[in-house]
Design a binder for this molecule. Structure first.
Ligand SMILES: Nc1ncnc2c1ncn2[C@@H]1O[C@H](COP(=O)(O)OP(=O)(O)OP(=O)(O)O)[C@@H](O)[C@H]1O
Ligand SMILES: [Mg+2]
Length: 372
């Protein structure tokens, strides 16, 4: 087992409040990704979990057992926590071959030679670097060194694997390959993985859960598709999704338990069953519609309910086509699968399912109506 709970964790570097009241539960077997822009506290959170940093406030539990309690000034030494964890680090031993770098930790544990060999070769094969096993680190590219570091981390069969941007030096193709390898590894070994990245595609494609950070706080913790479908506030919506979500200025009004929303796209009514628990302001209020580009369906002929729009620019990219559109004064981005080419200023008709809209209260920035 390796369930980890962070409760009300605060971390300061001098006056810099780096982690602000972090509450996060990592269940046994999770692939939990810490996601957010540079400087938001992802690495610091990982280092607190690894026992490399002491928080100033809060508690940490491993399988329900307290290992940190700042109120009682209780801090169990990381080595005593019984957590078989590996913190991947890029630093390789320069005087050791790739093979020896990966085998080093296993030799210290005094495992039988044959088992060491199997584990090392297995890890190297998984990372597709077994042919490099006799090279020295200075004879490897940055991406190859990174893969050696991951191989070294997985060779020890940890219960908990902590990975900090392990794929950042790889080229685009290799990164996609490694994503699927890591996903399989997680599935096959049942290892709990805590993974740090600022790359949302990496987070969405690999994780069982994503913890989205915002300036040292947690904005939202949810499975990837939930985070994508229903980001909890405007900032989260803006961060998740590539191309970016459309924001459409609108006016809202709550009447007889229904939410009426007017915008340049038209007027919509939403039923209570799809509201979140966020309070909805009284009377008329400013709101924002969030609409993913793939939810804007372009048709060349008018149909009932379709919205007339003008093509601003069409950008075919092979497997998909991005189209910028204008409806009244509202700009919209549409993403279509496959090749299409519309000419500039062409009149087209948009088919939009209002169920797919997220509605945000502009003032609080919080999600008030879910996309379903
Ligand atoms: N040892 C340190 N001493 C002082 N400040 C630090 C230290 N380590 C990190 N910080 C600060 O803490 C904040 C969070 O840093 P952290 O490394 O956790 O960010 P991050 O989310 O991992 O960012 P990145 O994506 O750039 O790696 C930053 O403002 C950083 O400058
Ligand atoms: Mg970092």
């Amino acid at each position: 087992m390796s369930k980890i709970e962070l409760i009300n964790i605060d971390k300061f570097y001098g006056d810099n409040h780096v982690l602000k009241n972090i509450n996060l539960v990592i269940e046994d077997g999770d692939f939990m990704t810490l996601l957010g822009p540079s400087g938001c506290g992802k690495t610091t959170t990982l280092r607190v979990i690894a026992g490399l940093e002491k928080p100033q406030n809060g508690r940490m539990l491993i399988d329900g057992r307290e290992v940190i309690n700042c109120d009682d000034a209780y801090y169990e030494e990381p080595s005593k926590r019984g957590l078989n964890l590996v913190f991947q680090s890029y630093a390789l031993w320069p005087h050791m071959t790739v093979y020896k770098n990966v085998a080093f930790g296993l030799k210290i544990k005094k495992l039988p030679a044959q088992e060491i060999d199997e584990r090392v070769m297995n890890a190297l094969r998984l990372m597709r670097i077994h042919e490099l096993c006799d090279r020295y680190p200075n004879e490897l590219s940055g991406g190859q060194q990174q893969r050696v570091a991951i191989a070294r981390a997985i060779a020890s069969n940890p219960k908990l694997l902590l990975l900090d941007e392990p794929l950042s030096n790889l080229d685009a193709k290799l990164r996609i390959d490694m994503r699927s390898e890591l996903k399989r590894l997680h599935n096959e070994m049942g290892t709990t993985i805590i993974y740090v990245t600022h790359d949302q595609v990496e987070a969405l494609t690999m994780s069982t859960k994503i913890a989205l950070f915002k300036e040292g706080s947690l904005a939202q913790v949810a499975p990837p598709m939930e985070l994508y479908m229903n980001p909890i506030d405007l900032q989260a919506a803006d961060f998740i999704g590539n191309p970016r979500i459309n924001f459409i200025q609108a006016t809202g009004r709550l009447e007889n338990g229904r939410l009426y929303v007017d915008s340049d796209l038209g007027s919509y009514v939403f039923e209570k069953e799809h509201f979140t628990n966020e309070p909805i302001p009284e009377g008329q209020f400013s709101c924002v519609i969030g609409l993913r580009p793939e939810q804007v369906i372009i048709e060349e002929q008018p149909s009932p309910g379709a919205i007339e729009a003008k093509v601003y620019a069409s950008m075919p990219a092979g497997s998909e086509t991005l189209v910028t559109l204008v409806v009244d004064k509202q700009e919209l981005l549409a993403k279509q699968i496959g090749l299409a080419d519309y000419h500039i200023n062409q009149t087209v008709y948009l088919n939009i399912d209002p169920n797919k809209m997220n509605i945000y209260d502009e003032k609080s920035t919080r999600l008030i109506k879910l996309a379903v």
